[in-house]
Ligand binder design. Structure first.
Ligand SMILES: O=C(O)CCC(=O)C(=O)O
Ligand SMILES: [Fe+2]
Length: 302
């Protein structure tokens, strides 16, 4: 399938509340937007990028020490299905202890540790701030997403001349509420599905900006208003592509449901309460990785 080029919305984080309507429109129509004038310094972004490159270049026996806490949160080696992809990660990036454990597993040097700590804290704070801005822009309280755990992952796609045209990551939605992605500033390949046409649209590199995607939990929480954007990574050129993702998931125990303000007779509740951890396991066990599993939470109509 071909793709057209990007018209992903761009949200200026320093221009609030003026951008509130644009932000909600982007969440509803695209499930994805670029953010500019965000608080993560460009120098920190590029320092983190070079740390990511060194970590992913470590020998496999060291990378394997990055064990998982929840399924897929640790080292993911290339597989038959995804031979180009490799990733390292950690669950609960809001915990300094968890970040330091990740650093120790990978023998990070003191300057690398410092960069990983600064970057992960900054992007975690940014996820919380974005959650607050989304809630506030809908006329709700700023603290609704406080304490929701976040997962962190660094990704490497070893694209080769033979792989041009194939997939680095197959079509999926993210399972949590939102994802903040520092995509590769040179190597494109990320494609998002246009809600209206169902066509894939390329999201080209935009150095200095970050990309936000909304996931399945955002659709549940917003009572179906927010679009859980389907996306994939395609190999466009024979270069290594690196990306850094923070996934704001759902609460550890409490079930997610739309706040009462988003439910009325014209907008009846579309989903039964969803416990994130159960939802994630259901996605894995059923292989429904593109949001299909949400249909299993339609309220029973008695
Ligand atoms: O690497 C990317 O640009 C996107 C990765 C992605 O979609 C994911 O990790 O869920
Ligand atoms: Fe994704």
């Amino acid at each position: 399938m071909g793709s057209t080029s990007s018209c992903t919305p761009v949200i200026d984080l320093q221009n609030f509340p003026s951008q509130s309507d644009e932000l909600i429109h982007a969440c509803e129509q695209w499930g994805c937007f670029r953010i500019i004038n965000h608080p993560i310094p460009t120098t920190l972004m590029s320092e983190m990028k070079s740390v990511v490159r060194s970590l992913l270049d470590l020998p496999p026996e060291i990378k394997r020490r990055n064990t998982e806490v929840i399924a897929g949160s640790g080292y993911v080696a290339p597989t038959k299905i995804n031979p180009l992809y490799e990733g390292l990660g950690l669950y609960d990036v809001g915990s300094t202890e968890a970040v330091l454990e990740f650093c120790s597993q990978l023998d990070a040097s003191p300057p690398q540790r410092e960069t990983i700590l600064r970057y992960s804290q900054a992007v975690h704070d940014l996820a919380m701030e974005l959650g607050s801005k989304i809630a506030e822009s809908m006329g709700l309280g700023r603290d609704l997403f406080k304490g929701w755990p976040c997962q962190f992952r660094i990704n490497k796609y070893g694209f080769t001349p033979e792989s041009v045209g194939s997939s680095g990551v197959q079509i999926h939605t993210d399972s949590g509420f939102l994802t903040i992605l520092q995509d590769d500033e040179n190597v494109g390949g990320l494609e998002v599905m246009d809600k209206k046409s169902g066509e894939f649209v390329s999201v080209g590199p935009m150095p200095g900006a970050l990309l936000v995607n909304l996931g399945d939990i955002a659709t549940v929480w917003s009572n179906g208003r927010f679009y859980n954007v389907k996306h994939r990574v395609q190999c466009k050129e024979a270069k290594t592509r690196l990306s850094i993702a923070l996934f704001m998931l759902g609460p550890k125990e409490a079930a997610v449901e739309a706040p009462p303000q988003l439910v009325d007779t014209e907008h009846p509740r579309l989903y039964d309460p969803v416990v994130f951890e159960e939802y994630r396991k259901l996605r894995l066990s059923t292989g429904m990785r593109a949001g299909e599993a949400l249909s299993l939470f339609s309220p029973s109509k008695n």
